[in-house]
Ligand binder design. Sequence first.
Ligand code: ARG
Length: 596
Amino acid sequence: MKDLASAFTAANASVFAKLGLDPKHADVRRSDRPDLGEFQANGALAVAKAAGKKPQEVAQSVAAEWTATDLSPAPSIAGPGFLNFKVTADALTKRAQFVADDAHAGASSVEHKRRVVVDYGGPNVAKGMHVGHLRASIIGESVKRIYRFRGDEVWGDAHFGDWGFQMGLVITALEDELGGFDDKAKLDVRLKALTLDQLEAIYPAYAKRVKEGDIDVRDRARKATAALQGGSELHRTIWKAMHDVSMAAQKRDFASLGVDFDLWLGESDADPLIPGMVEDLDKKGLLEDDQGARILRVANPGETKKKKRDDGTVVEVESPDPLLVVSSEGSAMYGTTDLATIVQRMRDQKPDLILYCVDQRQADHFEQVYRAADKAGYAKRDQLEHIGFGTMNGPDGTPFKTRAGGVLKLQDLIGQAEEKARQRLKENEIGGDFSKEEFEDVAHKVAIAAIKFADLSNFRGTSYIFDLDRFMSFEGKTGPYLLYQSVRIKSILRKAEEQQIRAGAIEIEHESERALALALDAFDGALRAAYDKKAPHFLAEHAFNLAQAFSGFYTNCPILPSEGAVRASRLALAAATLKQLTLTLDLLGIDVPERM
Ligand code: ARG
């Protein structure tokens, strides 16, 4: 069954067609003037000119032709020719009943199933996971769930950063620490004792040295990277130890965030494909030598940008920059592995679409890679899409850091949120009678809901300020508020069950019941928008609207204290709301506790 806006649009389109007006302009939407009608169409204004009539006249002829369907009586006309529709109680009743009975709570599926890979998370081996990867994980997980829920075949891939320069850098650091790699037994012992904390200390220390101009370290690290990629057994052994230590920690982090992948692959997994790919690119005449490196130009003729040179002069250069395929040391670069990963995915998953949920600041990188893939014939440009997002900022408006100025580890962030959740639960006198285990589980769920909802309630492109106090409020547009509302409905349903009160046929009458039915109806529209735009905030918005509508309904329409068919109907409405709300939250990656 179609949602009401679509049903209205279809009915209006046939009226338009009958009158010889372009049905493309027959769109009916939820109105921002509910006092005039819950739905509205503005198309009379758009088609009037072509029809050689005044918008008012067109609107009148549409209204006259609109035989009162069971959706609505003939629309009223406002202003210069807006059509306002008041939906019938009967249409609302039918729609709410459908939502109540439907396993997908009224959501439609895609018409044509696609095969989709979602590349998200993307933590780096040896660097640990930090808040920079939080948004990628949260948004990517939600997009993956939304695509899967609508019927596509979806693979989430973590695409670990496990093959770049940072690997060579840590290998170089270990070499210094051990005074060389000649003593195999010593190396063995060192690798067995390796921890992620150590890696997270070693890496930035050496990265800093390179940044500060230590050319010796830089060159050795580059050589080590090339040796690793060239297949040196020693380097591979060290790499494997780093990889395994990081992977275990990251799996734990992802699990506590409620993020799961179908493919736990990394850049290194694309490596075996690189030599063949480079050969193929070469054969296709796509590679050029550039001071010892090999590059692939992706700019079209005339595409340029202004670039400031070191001496201050400004020059026109091609844009996007060429993709660096092989460095002068013979190493594969970030873009090379991304390109080879496309080849790998096309071979293994055969996707129609690959979505990359990565920081907006990498937009240029992806544009280079996608164009290169298109040129080489590995994928069409429109099969590849970067889902960029803004940064999570600190109070000063720049990307979030710890007090000491470092990057905050994900585990520490979750820990802080859990601590605040415990506090808030106690302030709200929740969970005093829970076992310690249940209390901790609820605190964890509240913490994750607060972090995720705060992130997903903004359009992903927007940066936002991390403000745990606000995110953790039990009132307003927050994760904890939505959990609280869901749990409240669960408790109503439990009470009904105890009193053996059964839900029955839905009958929409009261104004607050109408509002709730309209909110339930809006789920499919929000889901389709989230799907089309790869933007979960549409669903976050929906979850909040639904919870608000339920709250109004609950205040004005007593459920358990009412009687007979009214009570049965209201109970069914409450159950339908809970089903759709938990489903929506699940699509955002948020788990609801049993009680709180
Ligand atoms: N590891 C990368 C980083 O931390 C993110 C990977 C994104 N995915 C990709 N296919 N490049 O910046």
